[in-house]
Write a protein that binds this ligand. Structure first.
Ligand SMILES: NC(=O)c1ccc[n+]([C@@H]2O[C@H](COP(=O)([O-])OP(=O)(O)OC[C@H]3O[C@@H](n4cnc5c(N)ncnc54)[C@H](O)[C@@H]3O)[C@@H](O)[C@H]2O)c1
Ligand SMILES: CC(C)[C@H](C(=O)O)[C@@H](O)C(=O)O
Ligand SMILES: [Mg+2]
Length: 359
């Protein structure tokens, strides 16, 4: 009996968002062709595009579709066109994360051998770590939040259960990797950070195979440049994770290479590049599509258990990098479309050579 097609909600968003979403969906089509993977993709307006289409960055239909789907692919939102809006594109992004309960945001940084030449730092040991960023609490969501003529106030607040559930994600991940978690905080100053240390320390006792150490966030920012190979899983709160993940991305050579997964206890996960809508390069056809293409690979592994298809995509991305078919952010001269074509061609060639009955 054939299974109902998977439903994927695609949110192209703004500026380079639609450019890289098109690349990601082309790769998804190519890698799933004849692979017994039946799916539908439906695009919905979100972010600035949501404001333009429906007067809201997160239109009701968009949220309903996202909730009802098996996975959500998001490209990027925001930009100067909507900076003065009453409800900004960024508000829509925070709302969809909260509405889908996406409390754990996984942002990997790995410098594969072919990427090494693009890295601005010298790495003697292999760099391969993951940032597990808390995504639905902390200073992004805390109340009170207010602004008067004389002062402005944001609130950083964490409950024990919010810390515990994301800590478990980090320890589970470390169990499957190199059994090490680094909690990044500012426990020399902040009450929330002191509390994170207590709660994470308790969770750690349930994972005896995993070692835990701590780093203040300022020192962690330095270590990501000085010796990134020391990290396996970095666990951190929302704002620190936002900042450190852009820094970590850049040691691969470009922010445009890093995908992410955001997930919760139940319901669909959301996959998106960690970067934004890059208004400075939008419309030129030169956005790096790797972050989106690798987000598609992360979706295939984590939402659909198709590690085989994800591996095919990642190998094709590496092939494109190895032959220096890359966009200008990585020092190349290829367009988004040329890079995407190269990745698709490499996927198709790998199929020919690995076809089981091929003689
Ligand atoms: N998840 C999201 O949708 C998300 C994430 C971050 C920022 N934003 C929004 O994006 C807008 C622009 O923000 P910003 O300029 O600070 O950050 P950005 O991440 O959009 O861009 C920072 C720099 O990186 C470059 N860059 C980013 N992605 C690239 C890619 N794929 N290929 C080549 N170069 C790339 C840009 O050209 C720019 O120079 C803002 O409105 C911001 O709020 C959205
Ligand atoms: C656009 C912004 C709200 C968002 C964040 O801070 O989470 C972005 O920087 C990200 O990293 O996804
Ligand atoms: Mg960010």
């Amino acid at each position: 009996m054939s299974q109902k097609p998977y439903q994927i909600t695609a949110l192209p968003g703004d500026y380079i968002g639609p450019e890289i979403m098109a690349a990601g969906l082309r790769v998804l089509r190519a890698v799933t062709a004849d692979q017994n993977f039946d799916y539908t993709v439906t695009e919905y307006p979100f972010g600035g595009a949501g404001i333009d289409a429906a007067g809201d960055p997160l239109p009701k239909e968009t949220l309903a579709a996202a909730k009802a789907s098996d996975a959500v692919l998001l490209a990027a939102i925001g930009g100067p066109k909507w900076d003065g809006a009453a409800r900004t594109p960024e508000t829509g992004l925070l709302e969809i994360r909260k509405a889908l309960n996406l409390f754990a945001n996984i942002r990997p940084t790995a410098i594969s051998p072919v990427m090494q030449r693009y890295s601005p730092i010298k790495n003697e040991d292999p760099v391969d770590f993951v940032i597990v960023r808390e995504l639905t609490s902390g200073i992004y969501f805390g109340t009170p939040r207010e602004r008067t003529a004389d002062y402005a106030l944001d609130t950083m607040r964490y409950t024990a259960s919010e810390i515990e559930r994301v800590a478990r994600v980090a320890f589970e991940m470390a169990n499957r990797r190199h059994q090490h978690v680094t909690l990044v905080d500012k426990a020399n100053v902040l009450a929330t950070s002191k509390f994170w240390r207590e709660v994470v320390g308790r969770v750690a006792t349930q994972y005896p195979a995993v070692t835990l150490d701590y780093s203040y966030v300022d020192a962690a920012a330095m270590k990501i440049i000085a010796n990134p190979a020391q990290f396996d899983v970095i666990l951190t709160e929302n704002l620190f994770g936002d900042i450190l993940s852009d820094e970590a991305a850049q040691i691969t050579g470009s922010l445009g290479t890093i995908p992410s997964m955001s997930s919760g206890a139940n319901g669909p996960a959301l996959y998106e590049p960690i970067h934004g809508s890059a208004p400075d390069i939008a419309g030129q056809g030169i956005a790096n599509p790797f972050s989106m293409i690798k987000s598609v690979a992360m979706m295939l592994t984590n939402s659909f258990d198709r590690r085989d298809l994800a591996a095919t995509i990642n190998a094709a991305v590496d092939q494109s990098i190895a032959t220096h078919i890359v966009t200008p952010d990585l020092g190349g001269s290829a367009t988004t479309e040329e890079v995407t074509n190269a990745v698709i061609q490499s996927i198709q060639e790998s199929r020919v050579s690995y076809e089981p009955n091929h003689v």
